[in-house]
Design a protein. Structure first.
Length: 257
């Protein structure tokens, strides 16, 4: 089953969330849909088809950590997943691989599934260090046991409108899979992200070991998020029916110019 994570970052209120849930309820798809929401919107999801994800977790258990949201608190909201080490956490909050690993372990301890984000910077990409960096990040951030998801997101592709090439994605996802396999973790889903939209998602859907996507900007509104589901439906397993209500988004995957 393919996975699609909509990462709302620091956006959205309760009305936006309800609107999105109602739109998603009208879709008929085999894709596992996960909404990664701000803490304020985690509670109150009664829809069993749509899973909720937090965007961060405290490294610490409950206790004297003012402002921190613990794993137990996230679990209590009904959320099932938590993003770990997203590029924006690394850039804006100086999160290291060590912190990411601690947080992933904390998530697993509390019955949550961590989605562990790894990705190279633009200068690392330009100096052809991507494989070395990703291998190190993967080994340093992922726990030795427990269920988790890995998300490969080149940091220079997040929110920029620039996506990685198909060849790069294929190479890196294969490498991630091979490394996980040596650790007996080959069942771990591997997601891809960075400026994914309905126009470019087809390029990546059928790449081996691309088990789904993390989508930021294009996940904020049903008019741009649902067409991604539609494209994924068309390119993967046979959906029972097509998604409806797509808004005005151009639904054709375009060839790169
Ligand atoms: P983007 O964000 O799709 O806006 O590039 C991706 C992400 O937040 O992971």
């Amino acid at each position: 089953m393919k996975i699609l994570v909509g990462n709302w970052k620091s956006n959205g209120n309760m009305a936006d969330k309800n609107k999105m849930i109602r739109a998603l309820e009208r879709t008929n798809t085999d894709i596992k849909i996960i909404l990664s929401l701000p803490y304020t919107l985690l509670s109150g999801n009664n829809n069993k088809k749509i899973a909720i994800c937090a965007q961060d977790i405290s490294e610490h258990p409950n206790g004297p950590f003012t402002g921190d949201i613990s794993g137990q608190m996230i679990k209590d909201t009904g959320a099932k997943y938590v993003l770990i080490g997203h590029s924006e956490r690394r850039t804006n909050h100086q999160e290291t691989d060590k912190i990411a690993k601690n947080k992933a372990i904390m998530a697993i301890k509390n019955g949550l599934i961590p989605i562990i984000c790894i990705g190279e910077t633009l200068s690392e990409y330009k100096s052809k260090k991507t494989k070395t960096i990703i291998k190190k990040m993967l080994l340093d951030c992922t726990p030795d046991s427990g269920k988790f998801i890995v998300a490969y997101e080149p940091r220079w592709a997040i929110g920029t409108g620039i996506t990685a090439t198909k060849t790069d994605v294929q190479t890196i996802h294969q490498m991630i899979f091979d490394i996980l396999k040596t650790k007996g973790q080959e069942k771990t889903p591997i997601l891809f992200g960075g400026s994914i939209t309905a126009k470019n998602v087809c390029e990546f859907i059928n790449i081996p070991h691309v088990d789904g996507f993390i989508v930021g900007g294009a996940s904020l509104k049903p008019a741009t998020f649902l067409p991604i589901i539609d494209q994924m439906n068309k390119k993967t397993s046979k959906p029972k029916t097509k998604v409806t209500n797509h808004g005005k988004q151009n639904r054709k995957c375009k060839k790169r110019s």
